[in-house]
Design a protein around this ligand. Structure first.
Ligand SMILES: [Zn+2]
Length: 706
């Protein structure tokens, strides 16, 4: 189970005073029309013109502000119906336009789209803040909140009320006008610092290419060389090979390149991003961001930014709880690193390399250990992993677990590669699943899920959900099967887990629907779903050789299973080092922080092994410093993975194993269908009968559980 991105981090922090223009005449802008057609309406992707995006966003924001003003200025006494329920119904036009906007910025980007994005992102963030800072609106929410004991609300209504009230209070609704003004100033300065941080990082990733000749590539596999050659050609240097200063380009070099001086050079360039003492150095920006965050947290009434971020906004609730979990795992991970290093050093010594393992040697010698110890050639696995067969396997497993069936349908799509399935349970329509599998220019890298429309039951007819999965597989020739790696297959099941979280949603209010849950909980359903790939039921039926049609041999599966704990010392330690430093930086209050010195001192205190780096060193930690996104929140991946593996253990303990109907029903009833309508801690307790236990996680990593 790996860490993956789910949705782009929110940058909703800017509070620049933005007043939307008066509603424009929008006749003829199809983006503002309600969705029409079958299944309660579908996005009119076939009618999108990029030139319509900006005016549609402006008009939809203006419309939402009118809706909000109507609620805030209502004459009648505030009630749940005329305030909270009314708020749930606002912004529908903006949601529709943002869905289209997100598809175009994420998968069909052009310079024209990027220019619109650059202009509109801060304006949309400010739009969100304008609503959160609407004092008259908060007064009405607060009035309902104060009466909540006597209102006879349903549990879901009670939760919706608390979440809404809490989001206003957390963002300063109760502050004095002076304090609110200061928060707005801080947010504005932070937004500028985030942008500067990202642009510095982007510079160091895109402007530090290393060009090589064919003689420099010893050890690199043919497909890696081909990729490097194609990129060099794209940069106008045919016949050469380029290493771009990004993780996907650097990792294979560190894993396979036999030239140690090349590995060292590439490693140092990559881990120095944002930290070169030049015009693109991020250290001063980080110090400033930390100061501003600490000041804002104090204004909000919290001791530190970490306390503010987690309180009433996470399953962990407190930095202490997050730290305790990380420190529970840390010693085992570091101990495993020592074992891994010893094993690698032995190989290096046997080869007469005459070196001590350094950070630029870790991946290289680990790979030699993998081959020697597990005899596993991942290239032998690939012929059994056909994209379309595995998709059928995901469908089949979802049928077993949740009773879903999938039926291809024809509706307007944004690109000819996109296909759509209707999802049903029995005869009943559940939702739509859009699948956009292939890489293309203008599509961001990686894999992710989006909800185009959340499930809810507000309004005359119930609204069913529309979800999508997106990835970057390389499209083969027409008719040829697309073969993917084991890693990619796990990612497919992971992202489909997010989709199933949306498709299973069964709530009344859209704000708590599907994947709209706490950050340290949202990766749990998706990580759980990775487990069904590895079941014999899926592999024997769907992991079929593309030429012979034979299922993947059992001994190959056994090797994959056996190698599952390979290099976990490295993987967990590099992740935890980043997560711990993130938390410590945001627990340090308003102290003056020199990031470089802080990182060195704290890692030394933790006993960080010298043979590997943090996954993200502070000057390049975009999760934390290019937005508030994962600040004091990088631990979330560990938190969710612990829950996910504990949940899988519940299946393993049951008579039916991973296909146990009873456990699947409990997962559905208390996790997959409830969204954020109940507190995740309570939902998990109902599913498992207790709180999550870290033991299953430790076992999965091959760490001691005692
Ligand atoms: Zn995910």
């Amino acid at each position: 189970m790996r860490r993956r991105t789910f949705l782009a981090a929110s940058t909703a922090t800017a509070t620049a005073a933005f007043l939307p223009p008066a509603a424009l005449a929008q006749a003829g802008n199809p983006l503002l029309e309600p969705w029409r057609g079958p299944f309660g309406g579908v996005p009119a992707f076939d009618k999108v013109r990029v030139a319509d995006l900006k005016p549609a966003l402006e008009a939809a924001m203006a419309e939402e502000l009118r809706e909000i003003d109507a609620i805030a200025g209502a004459g009648a006494a505030p009630t749940f119906a005329n305030t909270l329920e009314a708020l749930e119904k606002t912004g529908e036009a903006l949601d529709r336009v943002r869905t289209v906007y997100g598809v175009w910025t994420g998968t069909l980007s052009t310079p024209e789209v990027r220019a619109i994005d650059k202009e509109m992102s801060p304006r949309m963030a400010a739009h969100g803040d304008a609503i959160l800072q609407n004092a008259r609106l908060f007064e009405r929410i607060d009035a309902v909140y104060r009466q909540r004991g006597s209102l006879k609300l349903t549990p879901e209504q009670d939760r919706v009320l608390w979440l809404r009230w809490n989001s206003f209070v957390r963002n300063g609704a109760k502050l004095s006008p002076q304090a609110k003004a200061r928060v707005a100033e801080i947010n504005k300065e932070l937004a500028q610092a985030f942008t500067a941080f990202s642009q510095n990082l982007l510079h160091d990733e895109t402007e530090r290419d290393l060009f090589l000749g064919a003689g420099d590539l010893a050890g690199l596999p043919a497909d890696v060389r081909a990729g490097m050659a194609a990129q060099a050609q794209g940069k106008g240097r045919p016949g050469e090979f380029v290493i771009v200063n990004t993780r996907s380009s650097v990792d294979p070099v560190l894993t396979y390149a036999e030239r140690r001086d090349l590995r060292e050079k590439v490693w140092k360039t990559f881990y120095s991003r944002g930290d070169n003492g030049d015009a693109y150095d991020n250290n001063r920006l980080i110090s400033r961001i930390l100061k501003l965050r600490a000041e804002r947290a104090k204004l909000f009434g919290y001791p530190t930014h970490a306390h503010w971020r987690l309180a009433d906004n996470s399953m962990a609730e407190t930095p202490d709880a997050a730290m305790a979990l990380m420190m529970r795992v840390w010693p085992a991970a570091v101990a495993r690193v020592k074992e891994e290093v010893a094993e690698m050093q032995a190989i290096a010594d046997k080869e007469g390399a005459g070196i001590r393992i350094a950070p630029w040697d870790y991946r290289f010698y680990a790979e030699k250990v993998r081959v020697a110890r597990y005899d596993l050639d991942m290239n032998a696995v690939k012929p059994y992993l056909q994209l379309e067969k595995l998709r059928e396997g995901m469908f089949w497993a979802a049928g077993q677990l949740y009773g879903f069936s999938f039926h291809p349908v024809t509706v307007p799509v944004q690109h000819p590669d996109v296909r759509v399935w209707e999802v049903k349970r029995g005869a009943r329509h559940v939702g739509l699943w859009y699948f956009d599998p292939y890489a293309r220019a203008g599509k961001r890298s990686g894999a992710w899920m989006n909800a185009y429309r959340p499930q809810h039951r507000l309004g005359a007819a119930a609204t069913t959900t529309i979800v999508s999965n997106n990835s970057n597989f390389v499209k083969g020739p027409p008719g040829a099967p697309v073969l993917i790696s084991w890693d990619d297959a796990e990612t497919m099941f992971h992202e489909f887990g997010h989709a199933l979280h949306g498709l299973n949603s069964n709530v009344t209010y859209p704000s708590v629907s599907g994947t709209r849950v706490f950050r340290d909980y949202v990766e749990f359903p998706s990580m759980v779903n990775e487990s069904w790939l590895r079941t014999p039921e899926v592999l024997n039926r769907f992991a079929l050789h593309h030429e012979t049609g034979q299922p993947i041999p059992a001994d190959l599966v056994a090797k994959i299973e056996k190698a599952a704990t390979f290099r976990q010392g490295f993987d967990v330690t590099e992740f935890l080092a980043s997560a711990l430093i993130d938390m410590k930086l945001h627990l340090a209050g308003d102290a003056d922080i020199d990031p470089d010195a802080f990182e060195r001192a704290e890692l030394a205190k933790l006993g960080m092994p010298a043979e590997l780096p943090m996954r993200h060193r502070t000057p390049q930690f975009g999760h934390v410093f290019s937005s508030d996104g994962y600040s004091a929140g990088y631990y979330s991946y560990l938190w969710a993975e612990v829950i996910a593996l504990d949940a899988v253990e519940a299946f393993r303990e049951a008579p039916g194993g991973l296909y146990d109907k009873g456990v699947a029903q409990r997962l559905h009833d208390n996790v997959m269908s409830v969204g954020n309508a109940i507190h995740p801690r309570d939902g998990y307790r109902k599913f498992r009968g207790r709180d999550p236990d870290v033991k299953a996680y430790l076992k999965d990593k091959g760490f001691p559980t005692g």
